[in-house]
Design a binder for this molecule. Structure first.
Ligand code: AMP
Length: 283
């Protein structure tokens, strides 16, 4: 596996790939990799000739400087994991190479970023869509893989690709969970010993609501109440929102007619976690 940090070197590498007609698969990440990230790498491998993974902790998507400062980093370990997955190129740009001192162009997906994570973390999605647009321009992938774990982010990227005519396909990767159901996240390492079992209540609540949906419950308030009931079982949990939203426009629903997503965000002993589950076809 090749590792490149410099923009000029990346450009040379991409020009050579394009000349050979190679189909490029891309997985952008912020590192501290886990099985969730690796599942996206495997998906990318399955639909491309060469796989490029980027690791960049993007400062502009952190609305809380403390959160940015505390974001876990372990490049040697990540590198080893990607090597094992036979990734072709690891791209590790520096902050300066992506954001010069005079940076002033932003991408904003106006409607989809308004609510939920967008409201809770002002500026977050502007940072995400901008850096992803930049990475797409640099890497020029034919296919890019994003996780359903960050469902609003996934929808925003899909919308951006459609609106701005990026010539690539977005593939969705299902959420990978720990054996007990907790959605894998780089932030999970920050959970204290006491917080870890409490964090489990998030996925348990979602699973329980999905069961109730499958048994005929289509009322969003009732489905959310099922989740809330789980979250209230631990004093370490401070819920931020629990909502049923439309799969496409992410508007909050009162009644599920077709397919929907049950989404939530909660602080667990000070660590902010998000999770979601599909209500519909697979429920
Ligand atoms: P991050 O490093 O958190 O920016 O995530 C990079 C990519 O991995 C994003 O597309 C995420 O949605 C995806 N991802 C994060 N956690 C998981 C997970 N548990 N299962 C599947 N994909 C994930």
């Amino acid at each position: 596996m090749l590792t490149i940090a410099k923009t000029s070197e990346l450009r040379q590498y991409i020009v050579a790939l394009k000349r050979q007609g190679v189909r490029v698969g891309f997985v952008p990440t912020m590192g501290y990799l886990h099985e969730g990230h690796l599942s996206l790498v495997r998906l990318a491998k399955g639909c491309s000739d060469k796989v490029i993974v980027s690791i960049f902790v993007n400062p502009t998507q952190f609305n809380d400087p403390q959160d940015y400062a505390k974001y876990p980093i372990d490049l040697p370990r990540d590198s080893r994991l990607l090597e094992q997955e036979q990734v072709d190129l690891l791209y590790t740009p520096s902050r300066e190479s992506l954001y010069g001192s005079d940076f002033q162009s932003w991408v904003e997906v106006a409607e989809l970023c308004r609510e939920h994570e967008g409201a809770a973390r002002p500026g977050h999605f502007r940072g995400v869509s901008t850096v992803v647009a930049m990475l797409f321009n640099l890497v020029q992938p034919d296919v890019a893989v994003f996780g359903e774990k960050d469902f609003q982010q996934l929808r925003i990227i899909e919308q951006m690709v459609e609106d701005l005519k990026f010539p690539l396909e977005i593939v969705r990767g299902p959420t990978v969970r720990e054996a007990d159901g907790l959605a894998m996240s780089s932030r999970n390492v920050r959970l204290s010993k006491a917080a870890r079992p409490a964090a489990l209540l998030l996925s348990q609540g979602l699973f329980s609501a999905r069961t109730s949906f499958a048994a005929g419950q289509k009322n969003a308030a009732r489905l959310c109440a099922t989740v809330q009931d789980f979250l209230e079982r631990s004093s370490l949990i401070n819920p931020e929102y629990v909502r049923v939203v439309d799969e496409q426009d992410l508007k909050t629903l009162e009644l599920v007619k077709d397919r929907a997503r049950l989404i939530l965000a909660a602080f667990v002993d000070g660590v902010r976690l998000i999770d979601n589950i599909e209500l519909g076809a697979r429920a």
